[in-house]
Design a protein around this ligand. Structure first.
Ligand code: GSH
Length: 222
């Protein structure tokens, strides 16, 4: 059986988990896998990141690659439109969300969330690049009611896990929500969060984040 490996705080793990749940694919999950540069994990995930899946003894990484595989292998409940151009528009949205917003904001996570630091130069670059990503996003989104139109797609799975992170990072770093000019974002995320699978993934993310914070506090206390 297909196995998903990662952990519940990871946005990319949660994107794949949402796709599996929404498509109704039976899967096992190992939610205790962490990113690592150790040989044992590199053998399964060549960049040392999560998530990875295992299918018939074969490992596969990169959430978008994994989701595209799921779509090809399990077409019964689609998360893409059939029309090739409409499908490409969904993938375009995912690329903007992940490459031009989340990956940009990610440069600040170490400093914001993990006790690290970033330079003023990095902060300026992120502010500039994030503004471009958000502008592109605002030109592409439909909110009709889903992000790419009338049907739930993989772009919604990506948006649900990534928009809150970008929003939080921008508020903390710049004192201003990157989506402050897009009032549709909050009700859209709320609407998605009411879907049972999205609610489950979100609840598990919260529980795992709280457990991780408690473990870090206990370690610090000695
Ligand atoms: N492009 C990758 C990104 C995966 C990723 O960055 N995962 C994070 C956890 S959310 C990770 O493993 N970070 C550790 C690292 O980059 O070494 C994907 O879509 O799967």
């Amino acid at each position: 059986m297909l196995k998903l490996c990662g952990f519940h705080v990871s946005n990319y793990h949660n994107k794949v988990r949402l796709a599996l749940l929404e498509k109704g694919i039976a899967f096992e999950e190992d939610a205790n896998c962490r990113p690592s540069q150790k040989d044992e994990w590199l053998a399964r995930s060549p960049l040392g990141k999560v998530p990875a899946i295992e299918v018939d003894g074969v490992s596969l990484v990169e959430s978008q690659v994994i989701c595209d595989y799921l779509e090809d292998a399990y077409p019964q409940v689609p998360l893409y439109p059939k029309d090739p151009l409409a499908k490409a528009k969904v993938r375009e949205l995912i690329a903007v969300i992940e490459l031009h917003m989340e990956l940009v904001a990610r440069r600040l996570y170490g400093g914001l969330f993990f006790g690290g630091a970033f330079s003023d130069e990095t902060k300026k670059e992120v502010e500039r690049d994030l503004a471009k990503g958000v502008r592109a996003f605002s030109k592409l989104v439909k909110f009709d009611p889903y992000i790419a139109g009338k049907e739930l797609t993989l772009a919604d799975c990506s948006a649900f896990v990534n928009l809150p992170l970008v929003s939080m990072a921008s508020k903390l770093a710049f004192g201003k929500d990157a989506f402050e000019g897009m009032p549709q974002v909050k009700p859209y995320l709320k609407m998605l969060g009411e879907r049972p699978h999205f609610a489950k993934v979100n609840a598990d993310r919260k529980a795992a984040s709280e457990a991780a914070a408690a473990a870090a506090a206990a370690k610090k206390a000695g």
